[in-house]
Ligand binder design. Structure first.
Ligand code: GLY
Length: 568
């Protein structure tokens, strides 16, 4: 306990947070279950949350803070925070306008549909996850630059600088990070020719300082030259050199040509709340809207939190939404995807006509529906709200924990293994056990289907919630459960985020649930209804903010691991 307290104090001093809870002065407050008067950042690490809040206190808006938080996560949360990966940013400005920046990675121009198959047509194990070929063209730096150029108030260099200092000075690794770095040690050694910052002579222990000089130099080039500091010049040369070393295929032109995309948000009204989220190339938003509409006609509140009926209903909705995902979702620039039809109320009602309140369906009999007209879970989410009410919901990823564990030599950042999010062979499960179809096959320049679900919720036209989660296939189901906890069961955001979770993804056909999330009597009753259940480690890692009726911000930093709310 004392050790934890000392560690927290060291972390707060380094992070620049006062550590005082509930203070009303301009000092920042940090922790879980905190309420702040003005602005708040909730992210996967105390350092990144504190950096985001410092930017707000310097006069930056939520977008400045989000960009600073993202670069800081690339330093202090290398498991998933990144400049070598991609993600999605959903913005709602204080006057209610929404914007989406899609900085998802793209397949390199030399990618081919069958690049992960051997000559017999079988999937080559590890090729889409563990090698240089596993990396899509990174989008994060372009996405941050675009977001900042559209909305930022502070100079770009000011929002990158804190991450540079963090990389140079270092930060104390958490207990979980030390364990994670140690368990990845062999991979870092085997997959890199030079020694990386992530490997020490001895094993990592909690409180050891992680310094990343090469990464700091890369961030300086981004600070000084913007896009050209990453997609051109020295950084691009280092990426290409790294690709040549490992027979990767990302080339100079792929980097030069990479552009984030702007997308229109999609939304649904659910019990008086407007839930705003993102369209493909993530399937997460479509699924979230499907899930909410599928359960809306049922008396969820009366049935009770985690009652047999509610779990059964939510699981059956998830089964159907995941079946649709496998068939109909992919990069909209490449395929005619019926995604508007998938969230049409008539279609949703039809989809639930096979729902039996007393019996589990069998996934083999739940085929993808027929919408009319259609011929490691390691990712990270952070939420930001500023004093003016601008809100940013960002989910970003390397795919696996530490991506493919390949660090671009002399550039200090880890590459993603996002290519595994394509259907490397239609019908063959990816690392999350999800199967996909032709619509999500590999094609040059195409964005792989994601499950990321950054979401913002309004009530009566006012900002109410900012939410999202990592967790691969469990992302939309985690966000779904948090929304139901708040909207149907009146929980505070912290309570809603901390509650136990369960998940069903059509295939494999069982409910996975966190230990203690479902009591043993309910497990028996669900078994009797025909459900198979398996307990597992934690599901999702939600970082959310709720706006209270008086305008203050309440933090929901997930109790799973060391997420942190920081506000002022
Ligand atoms: N790489 C996880 C996702 O995009 O869903």
């Amino acid at each position: 306990m004392k050790k934890y307290f000392l560690y927290l104090v060291a972390l707060l001093i380094l992070a620049g947070c006062s550590g005082k809870r509930g203070s009303n002065d301009a000092k920042s407050i940090e922790g879980r279950d905190i309420v702040a008067d003005s602005g708040m950042v909730v992210s996967a690490h105390p350092q990144s949350s504190a950096i985001g809040v410092k930017i707000l206190q310097k006069g930056g808006n939520a977008i400045d803070a989000a960009v600073a938080t993202e670069f800081a996560l690339a330093v202090c949360y290398p498991e998933a925070g990144n400049i070598g990966g991609g993600g999605f940013m959903l913005i709602r400005t204080y006057d209610g306008k929404t914007d989406i920046i899609d900085f998802r990675e793209e397949a390199p121009s030399l990618a081919t549909r069958d690049m992960y198959l051997d000559i017999k047509g079988n999937v080559t194990e590890g090729a889409s996850t563990d090698t240089h070929l596993a990396s899509g063209v990174p989008g994060t730096v372009d996405g941050m630059i675009l977001a900042h150029s559209r909305y930022g108030k502070l100079p770009f260099r000011d929002v990158v600088q804190p991450a540079i200092e963090l990389a140079e000075k270092g930060f104390p690794v958490t207990k979980e990070q030390a364990a994670s770095l140690n368990s990845n040690r062999t991979m870092f050694i085997e997959r890199n020719s030079a020694r990386t910052a992530f490997v020490r002579d001895s094993l990592w222990k909690e409180g050891d300082i992680l310094i990343q000089f090469d990464l700091a130099e890369t961030l300086k080039r981004i600070r000084d030259y913007g896009r050209d500091g990453f997609y051109g010049g020295k950084t691009a040369r280092l990426i290409i050199k790294e690709m040549h070393r490992g027979n990767g295929i990302i080339n100079e032109n792929d980097l030069k040509e990479y552009k984030s995309a702007s997308r229109n948000s999609i939304s649904v009204d659910y019990k008086g709340y407007k839930v705003i989220t993102i369209p493909p190339p993530s399937g997460g938003g479509i699924m979230l809207i499907q899930l909410l509409q599928m359960i809306e006609p049922y008396p969820v509140r009366d049935w009770g939190f985690h009652s047999t009926q509610v779990i059964h209903l939510m699981v059956e909705a998830e089964r159907r939404a995941f079946a649709d995902r496998s068939e109909y979702l992919g990069d909209p620039e490449f395929m005619k995807s019926p995604f508007c039809k998938l969230i049409d109320k008539k279609y949703i009602i039809h989809r639930m006509t096979t729902f039996d309140p007393k019996r589990a369906s069998q996934s083999l009999t739940i085929k993808p529906g027929s919408p009319e007209g259609y011929s490691s879970e390691e990712t990270t989410h952070f939420s930001v709200v500023d004093a003016d009410g601008n809100a940013v919901s960002v989910t970003t990823t390397l795919n696996n924990t530490f991506g493919n564990s390949i660090v671009v030599d002399s550039a200090g950042f880890i590459l993603n293994n996002e290519m595994d999010d394509f259907s490397v062979k239609p019908g063959f499960p990816n690392m999350y056990g999800m199967v996909g179809g032709e619509i999500n096959s590999v094609q040059p320049g195409k964005r792989m289907l994601s499950s990321m679900t950054p979401t913002i919720v309004e009530k009566n036209g006012r900002l109410s919630l900012v939410v999202g989660s990592p967790g691969g296939s469990t992302i939309p189901t985690s966000v779904f459960q948090v929304l139901v906890n708040v909207i149907d069961f009146d929980m505070s955001i912290q309570e809603a985020v901390d509650k136990g979770r369960f998940h069903h993804q059509w295939l494999p056909d069982y409910i996975s649930y966190e230990k203690n999330a479902i009591d043993s009597i309910t497990v028996c009753k669900l078994n009797e209804m025909g459900h198979k259940l398996k307990s597992r480690s934690s599901i999702g890692r939600v970082n959310a903010i709720q706006i209270l009726p008086d305008g203050r911000k309440s933090g929901g930093a997930d109790k799973r691991s060391y997420n942190s709310s920081c506000g002022y």
